[in-house]
Design a protein. Structure first.
Length: 498
């Protein structure tokens, strides 16, 4: 095991080498995933490495990771936890915070097998973020010391707090909001239990309406804030989507940047996808029909190539507008459409979808659960993808869909508005069909426009090809992050005493 080196050893002037970035997150695909955060933490670091940066990822060492990482050797100790070193399938180095009393248990990263939040989540992610912050300060026991601490969502939120208030010579920090609705709220006595520095449990700090907010801590103390699309960066500064933090975000608007997520275009490529029955591209679209028939047969729908097939994949929640889909489903079937839904979420919405499938056998099918391979098949086989989200910080499925020649019908919010070019009434220019109001009627009117274009084959092909030509790779986003990191380091060096 590595012993503590001279403090700051191995750091070196940032302008003499590649900038070192430590990604701090609770999820990273394929090792641990509950949503889009894991995909971002898996895909963005390799894109940043390709842009010339030295990026490593810090994760909790959940019990479920043990089969994935094998014998990950310990390289240091931080706050009583071992720091283990492993490599992700992408080749990126991962530092795993091994605290068996907190992470060595069965169940998910945040909840037990019954779906109940772990009662000690504050202690679990409090220690995790604190340990990661130590690695980005002069107290690090590692030879590799980052120039930037980049935290993701509330689980990393206490990291910037510790860097600003409790650690020597800290690296500057970036905090990325993937979904402002999840804030990591805990009772006020948690601040004392976690031995947070005096004075941080305050309105101008980590206190949020009498509770400790991990996310607010990150947003208050980080040097730079980012979120996952330019439109969402604007939306969260208003009361409607600000989740009570809009005042803070408005005050920090000059430090807040929206950088739209990319997708892993090596994994999501219909020309090479091993998970779909027939591969295709925009010049050879015949495989699309083969995939459509495969989905129809898999879900016991009528294998009719002329019936428009709608799909929806994701969390079955109010946020995702699942109730709006249920509201228009009867009209969709009467118009000749078919509907397939894959996902898991709120019990009432799941039950409502099951009832729809029972009422419309052969036209509506629902699979409760999640299956990555099936999600690929549905993107490839569908004619139209439904994404009527009430809010969507970035969203990935609308990008997957366009890449697979499946124009989305989606609400113009957050990252959807930034990544889908809306087709106007009676037009064939654009890559999807957008609507503004979060109502069933607005969704239906957008579906009607999509059906009108679908019934005009030349128009429909043009819309499909427009989406398939778009570049959703991580390269552009990585370039923006790289510029942000360099600016932050230069500003820090300018402020440092001579």
């Amino acid at each position: 095991m590595t012993t503590h080196p001279r403090k700051g050893a191995g750091a070196g002037p940032a302008n003499d080498r590649s900038l070192r970035i430590l990604f701090v997150a609770s999820e990273c695909a394929p090792w641990v995933k509950t949503g889009g955060l894991a995909d971002v933490v898996a895909a963005l670091p390799p894109a940043l490495v390709a842009a010339g940066l030295d990026v490593r990822v810090c994760l909790p060492f959940y019990r479920s990771l043990r089969p994935e990482v094998g014998e990950a050797p310990p390289v240091a100790t931080v706050l009583g936890a071992l720091v283990r070193k492993a490599r992700l399938p992408s080749g990126i180095i991962a530092y795993l915070i091994d605290a068996p009393w907190l992470f060595g248990r069965d169940g998910g990263p945040y909840q037990d097998a019954e779906g109940r939040d772990w009662p000690d989540n504050a202690q679990r992610f409090g220690l995790f973020a604190h340990a990661a912050a130590v690695l980005a300060s002069d107290e690090t026991p590692l030879l590799w010391r980052p120039d930037i601490f980049h935290g993701h969502d509330w689980q990393a939120g206490l990291g910037p707090l510790w860097l600003k208030t409790g650690l020597p010579k800290p690296a500057p920090s970036v905090m990325t909001i993937h979904n402002l609705a999840f804030q990591g709220l805990f009772p006020p006595e948690t601040a004392e239990a976690l031995r947070l520095p005096p004075g941080v449990f305050a309105v101008e700090g980590a206190e949020f309406y009498g509770r400790l907010s991990f996310l607010k801590a990150g947003l208050h103390y980080a040097d730079v804030l980012t979120t996952v699309s330019p439109t969402y960066a604007q939306e969260i500064q208003g009361e409607g989507q600000g989740c009570g933090l809009h005042g803070l975000l408005t005050r920090r608007r000059n430090d807040l940047t929206g950088i739209v997520n990319g997708i892993d275009d090596r994994v999501w490529d219909p020309a090479t996808d091993p998970l779909i029955p027939a591969r295709y591209d925009r010049d050879r679209l015949a495989g699309k029909a083969v995939n459509k028939e495969a989905v129809q047969r898999r879900f016991d729908l009528a294998a009719d190539p002329g019936r428009p097939l709608f799909t929806m994949v994701g969390r079955l929640t109010w946020q995702k507008g699942v109730d709006l889909v249920a509201e228009v489903a009867d009209r969709l079937v009467r118009a000749g459409g078919q509907l397939v839904v894959l996902g898991t979420g709120e019990r009432g919405l799941e039950d409502g979808l099951r009832a729809l499938a029972h009422r419309h056998r052969g036209a509506v099918s629902v699979r409760i659960g999640f299956d990555e391979a099936l999600a690929h098949e549905m993107e490839a086989g569908a004619d139209i993808f439904l994404m009527p989200s009430r809010f969507e910080p970035c969203g990935l499925n609308q990008m997957y869909s366009q890449r697979y020649g499946t124009p989305p019908v989606a609400r113009a919010t957050g990252g959807i508005a930034d990544t889908v070019d809306g087709v106007g009434p009676g037009d064939c220019e654009g890559s999807g069909f957008l609507f503004d109001e979060a109502t069933g009627q607005a969704l239906w009117e957008s579906i009607e426009r999509a059906l009108g274009a679908y019934r005009a084959p030349a128009c429909w092909r043009r819309i499909m090809e427009t989406g398939m030509r778009k570049d959703f790779s991580w390269a552009a986003s990585a370039a923006r992050y790289r510029a942000l990191y360099h600016t932050l380091v230069r500003e820090g060096e300018a402020r440092a005493p001579a």
